[in-house]
Structures are given as C-alpha cells and as structure tokens.
Write a protein that binds this ligand. Structure first.
Ligand SMILES: Nc1ncnc2c1ncn2[C@@H]1O[C@H](COP(=O)(O)OP(=O)(O)OP(=O)(O)O)[C@@H](O)[C@H]1O
Length: 270
C-alpha cells in the first residue's frame, strides 16, 4: 500500500481564489470516505493526490515522493482513480481494449494485462461483454467498465469519485464488495461519496470537507455522531442513524445490521 502524506496543502484554480486551504492529512490502511457539500473541493483534492494538479502551496507526498517532482505517468502504477463520469475516462471502442489499456500503459505484458482485465471484468459483473463497444452499454455498465480499467492495474491506492451514481442496489452491492475486497488485499481505498448509507456500510474512516477545509476526520461512527457539525456542512447522518436517534437511542448505529445485533444482544427477539 502506498503511503500518502498531505502537508499544509493549498490550491486554487485562480491565484486569488483558493479552493483548498491548509489541508494536512495522512492516510492509514483504513478505507476512507470523503464527504462534503457540492463545491467543497473533494474532487480537486483527489486530483492533487493523483498528481493531476500540483499544489499552490504545501505538499503531497506519495511514498515520500513529492508530487511536484513526479509526472502523472510515474504515479499511474501506484494510484488509480475512477472518474465520476465514465465518459471522461473511456476512449477505446472495445471493452476489453479499454480495460487492458491501463495495465499495458504501466508496463504489464499483453498476457498479464489480459489476465488482469478479465479478472477485473468478472469482479464488476461484465463477463461476456469484452467485445462490446462501451458506448453501446448503459451508463451503469460504462461506470463498471471504468472501475474495471482501474482495478486491472492493481495499484496500491484506488480512488473512486462518486462510484455509486447511476447504480441500482445490485451495482451498489457489487461496488461495496469490491471496496471490501481491495481493503482485505491491503489496498488503500479513498472514495468521494454523497450516499451516506453507503459510507456507513463500507467505510472505516470519514473525512468531511467544508469550503476547502477539513471540518471533521475520524472513525465513521465517531463522525456521524457529530450531527451539529454535519449540519453545518449541509450533511445528514445515514438513515438508520437518524431513525435510531428518533427512537431515543443515544448510541450511533450505522446500519440496520448494526442496530439489529444491538437489539438482539439486549435479549430482544427480532
Ligand atoms: N477546472 C476548474 N477550473 C476552475 N474552477 C474549478 C475547476 N474545477 C472545479 N472548480 C471549482 O473549484 C471548486 C471545488 O470544486 P470540486 O469539484 O473540487 O468540488 P467537489 O466538492 O468535488 O464538488 P461536487 O461534490 O459537486 O463534485 C468549485 O467552486 C468549482 O467550481
């Protein structure tokens, strides 16, 4: 897993208007969700991690290497990023070619790239569509093609920008189990999300961005306990958390299973 250290990071697209200000974060092995209202700077932040943008001030260090001195190509084998809109990522006219492009680009042999691509397509549930044109697929399938292209590169860090958009419950579950699988294999997963229920179910750490700064950072349960703070960032806790609070529980429950196991533990039958 790559080590990522962010030190006093400031960035602005225009000099006079910083979008991110004085952000310091280090990433441990925990799967990390980044949440915050629209325009808070989340996508800009992950583009800085990937080296697509360079800091105006401060530093981003990937395995000790400063992204100011690294090319995007030299970071590509370490950090994979699934863009919010798959149309910004996909450019080949065959699914298999698209998913093999990344692995080939970072130096895998043709055979290895094909093996990785086929395994990644199986993980996202697209077996049998290898010869299709990605643009003949639905948006949710195209999103899965974009995810497979990054998984096939087998990078130590995988960043997802809004992975659950355009997915039904089945797609959400597939993506959730991919995130768990990556975590189990020692990869660092970072995801920007607006779906708080998904954050509660699959992420161990949550970082809240507000107006270009880090407002909260901690274990997901701990962060969702801070209702007032979340409200200030125009965010709401997950549905189960809100329901249990309305029922008068003081504990923070993240998922239905979480709540049911608490109730059963107290001797109630469900
Ligand atoms: N290429 C760009 N040029 C100029 N300004 C930009 C550019 N990209 C983003 N911005 C501005 O930077 C700010 C932060 O945008 P960013 O996309 O990082 O926020 P975000 O938290 O990811 O929002 P969302 O949840 O809507 O995706 C916004 O005010 C946005 O308009």
């Amino acid at each position: 897993m790559a080590d990522i250290q962010v030190k006093e990071l400031t960035f602005g697209y225009a000099e006079s208007k910083p979008v991110l200000q004085g952000i310091s974060l280090s990433f441990d092995g925990r799967s990390t969700a980044i949440i915050g209202q629209n325009g808070a700077g989340k996508t800009t932040f992950v583009k800085l991690l990937k080296g697509l943008l360079k800091p105006t001030a401060g530093d981003v260090l990937i395995d000790g290497q400063n992204t100011r001195e690294a090319t995007v190509a030299s970071l590509a084998g370490r950090i994979g990023m699934v863009f919010q809109n798959p149309n910004d990522q996909i450019f080949k006219n065959k699914v298999l070619d698209e998913v093999m492009f990344g692995p080939l680009n970072i130096g895998m042999s043709e055979g290895e790239a094909k093996e990785h691509a086929e395994a990644a397509l199986a993980l996202v549930g697209l077996c049998g569509l290898e010869q299709e044109n990605p643009y003949d697929l639905s948006l949710s399938e195209r999103k899965m093609v974009a995810i497979a292209s990054i998984l096939a590169m087998d990078t130590g860090v995988v960043i997802f920008d809004e992975p659950t958009i355009a997915q039904d419950w089945r797609g959400r579950r597939t993506i959730g189990s991919i995130i768990r699988g990556l975590r189990e294999r020692g990869k660092l997963v970072i995801a920007i999300l607006h779906d708080m229920d998904f954050v509660a179910e699959y992420f161990e750490r949550t970082v809240v961005f507000a107006k270009g700064r880090v407002l909260l950072d901690g274990g997901t349960r701990e962060v969702f306990a801070k209702e007032e703070c979340l409200r200030a960032a125009y965010l709401e806790p997950p549905h189960v958390t809100q329901l249990c609070k309305s029922l008068g529980y003081n504990e923070v429950f993240l998922t239905a299973e979480d709540f049911v196991s608490h109730v059963k533990g107290n001797g109630f039958t469900v």
